[in-house]
Design a protein around this ligand. Structure first.
Ligand code: MSP
Length: 514
């Protein structure tokens, strides 16, 4: 039975360039959440896409001698190829250049204008084109963009403004009444103090370039790219069209997953746009930290951009996904290094998880022709292992609901580690030498293989390809009932199951080769 709907989104990426490992982090995290929620019985909808308008894209295309659409078509195809390679299974990919999106943005704008929340005035101020963001003088950091550190441009043009200021009190009340709306807590506090400093009306149209969605009642203006982009979360669901079943079913979103740099747009501008239209607000906006390099930020100009496709090719998709999800504590920044990726793979996946299966399956094959028999009553060591196995799915479920993805992965790792230690403690290789210990030997090996089943189910949202390799080795590939979240009850593996030796799941990486 479905436990209800779960709608999760990623930011829609700018196709100004190819994506790097930092972008992959957000989307892999969202995909893992989506897979996890599906596994635990939710009706999931997972949206990603591309944010294709704006001055920066228009300029980049021009530099390449292409029209904006020619340029973005190629880059967006690259995004989709990257997600395929990372086993990201979204339900929809929205492009802001699609008509289904444009019509919704235009209706949205029109309605806000008709109800008096959008008015015409003149904008004079500072604009960071790479960030597509307006700033006031005092927001700048040493005269430069406070977000990316680049030069800002002075612009002066006739513009439409959105009456954000009118909604500041309502926003503050909402955020106070809904303490989990903005996560983590540090970001929530930042956003509250930002709004308390006084919210200015937002400039929501531009006239000095063309590559955007036209303001319906004044087509020399294009809609500000952030207003255009944020609307994707409902335009993709068919909001305000004849075909709005998805909107009816999935809105409001359960989680907008975004990087910390774009929290202001998602937690202030977007909710106020929705408030103005009297639409329900998303349940949570979660801001994750950044993946940094020892030398600072990743950037094309520094020539230090890490291409996730190269890593997938070298280490396999499961290892790359696991590394990203396990390494970065959710909400904080973390450092990327290929060496850390290799070490994680060796420690957690080769030595612990993969080794648990290879050790236990070879002993089973050697000592009892692979056959699992009924385990006998337990001793203390068994009880401790079983208790941990039974508790772990609950710990994982709780952490995943709070988007503490790395803590969830860590909990699974603890169980696997405990099972490896259990093998050392029970020493089945010694039990095998004594015929009177045959039942004990069977019990020990049964317990370890059952832990392997638990770990594989829980890890499958993180590493979507492990199950298809592990189930045949465990002899349960044709028993789907034993692959489900509900089957995480101890002792489900039936007597007579025949375990086989198979290929090494995660070969060790030679660190000297990095
Ligand atoms: N187009 C806007 C989002 C509009 S959503 C309505 C945008 N695009 S972006 O391509 O610049 O960035 C998308 C996401 O990638 C952001 O959440 C950003 O935080 C994330 N990341 C970019 N570099 C990153 C790292 N190095 N590490 C982690 N995430 C990073 O902003």
């Amino acid at each position: 039975m479905s436990k209800g709907t779960f709608y999760i989104t990623t930011p829609i990426y700018y196709p100004s360039d190819n994506l790097h490992i930092g972008h992959a982090y957000t989307t892999v995290a969202a995909d893992t959440m989506a897979r996890f929620k599906k596994l635990t019985g939710h009706d999931v909808y997972f949206l990603t896409g591309s944010d294709e308008h704006g001055q920066k894209i228009e300029r980049t295309a021009k530099e390449k001698g292409e029209t904006p659409i020619e340029y973005v078509d190629k880059i967006v195809a690259g995004f989709q190829n990257l997600w395929d390679n990372l086993d990201v299974k979204y339900d929809d990919f929205i492009r802001t250049t699609e008509d289904r999106h444009k019509v919704v943005v235009q209706k949205f704008f029109q309605q806000l204008h008709e109800q008096g929340d959008i008015y015409k005035s003149a904008y004079k101020g500072l604009y960071c084109t790479p960030c597509e963001t307006f700033f006031t003088e005092y927001q700048l950091a040493e005269g430069k963009c406070p977000d990316c550190g680049r030069e800002v441009e002075e612009i002066e043009e006739e513009s439409y403004f959105f009456k954000m200021s009118k909604y500041a009190d309502r926003w503050l009340k909402f955020v106070e009444d809904n303490p989990s709306f903005i996560q983590p807590e540090t970001r929530r506090n930042e956003m509250i103090s930002f709004v308390k400093q006084g919210l200015e009306d937002l400039c929501v149209s531009r006239t000095t370039f063309d590559w955007g969605i036209k303001v319906p009642f004044d087509p020399k203006h294009v809609v500000y790219v952030w207003v255009d982009a944020l609307t994707n979360y409902i335009s993709a669901l068919g909001y305000d069209t004849d075909n709005d079943q998805l909107y009816q079913k999935y809105w409001p979103a359960n989680v907008h997953l975004v990087g910390k740099d774009i929290m202001r747009f998602h937690t202030i501008i977007w909710p106020i746009m929705l408030m103005a239209l009297k639409l329900p607000l998303p349940q949570k906006v979660v801001g994750h930290g950044w993946l940094l390099l020892a030398g600072g930020k990743m950037s094309k100009s520094k020539g230090n951009v890490v291409d996730p496709l190269v890593l997938v090719d070298k280490y396999g998709v499961d290892a790359v996904r696991y590394y990203l999800l396990r390494e970065l504590p959710f909400g904080s920044d973390g450092y990327y290094s290929e060496e850390a990726l290799a070490k994680r793979t060796n420690n957690d996946l080769a030595n612990d998880y993969g080794n648990l299966l290879s050790r236990s399956s070879s002993m089973l094959v050697k000592y009892q022709q692979g056959e699992l028999r009924k385990p006998t009553p337990e001793g203390d060591l068994d009880e401790e292992l079983i208790k941990l196995a039974v508790e772990t799915p609950k710990i994982v479920e709780q952490n995943m609901s709070n988007l503490q993805i790395s803590t969830a992965a860590e909990a699974i790792g603890k169980l696997v580690g405990r099972a490896n230690k259990y093998l050392e403690e029970t020493a089945p290789w010694s039990l095998a030498k004594d015929e009177s210990q045959a039942e004990r030997l069977n019990t020990v090996l049964y317990n370890v293989i059952e832990v392997m089943r638990f770990a594989t189910i829980m890890l499958s949202p993180f590493m979507p390809n492990i199950a298809e390799k592990v189930w045949p080795q465990m002899g349960i590939e044709d028993k789907p009932d034993l692959h489900t979240w509900e089957s995480l009850q101890w002792g489900q593996l039936p007597e007579g199951t025949v375990v086989k030796k198979g290929k090494v799941l995660f070969p060790r990486i030679d660190l000297s080769e990095i």
